[in-house]
Every structure is written in structure tokens, then in C-alpha cells.
Design a protein around this ligand. Sequence first.
Ligand SMILES: [Zn+2]
Length: 98
Amino acid sequence: MHKSGLPHDGHSAGEIDPSDEVTCQQLVELVTDYVEGALQPRTMNHVEEHLVVCDFCVTYVEQMRATIATLQGLEKHGSPEPPASALAALQARRAAGA
Ligand SMILES: [Zn+2]
């Protein structure tokens, strides 16, 4: 077995193995782990190599990163919106103060 990174012709068609290069489809499958930093360093390198040449996937990663950040922000705050009663109380207090 050669493990020293010899180039070969990629005749193992049909297998999804991001050991040579990733395709857009593979990147879409890996993007969640990529954004969370959960990829193997070697796979991470191949994802980043793909991002250098593929604007589509850069945009995709940005969108996914923003989505995850939003979700994490919501988790921290508990509920995404204050209940209507709290809003009404806040407005009443503001009206009374000013
Ligand atoms: Zn791509």
C-alpha cells in the first residue's frame, strides 16, 4: 500500500472520499461540520482548496455560517421574540416614564 501521496488516476469511481479533492456536492454534505470545525484537518484542507476556486460554495458556506450563528443566538436567548404581554408592559412603562 502506498500512503505517501502518489498521484493516481482516480479510477475508484463511485466512492465519496474527499481525499483528493471535494466536489460541490461533497462540500454541501460537509459544510455543517466545516463551519463547526468538526472536520478532519486533511478534509478541512481539501474543503478550503475547493473554496479558493468555487464562488458558489463560498457563498453557500457564508449562508450556512450565518444560519448557524442565528440559531445559536436564538438558543442563548431562549425564545426568539418576547411575548406580546411583555412588549405591552414595556411600552406602558416607557409611556409612563416619558
Ligand atoms: Zn463548489
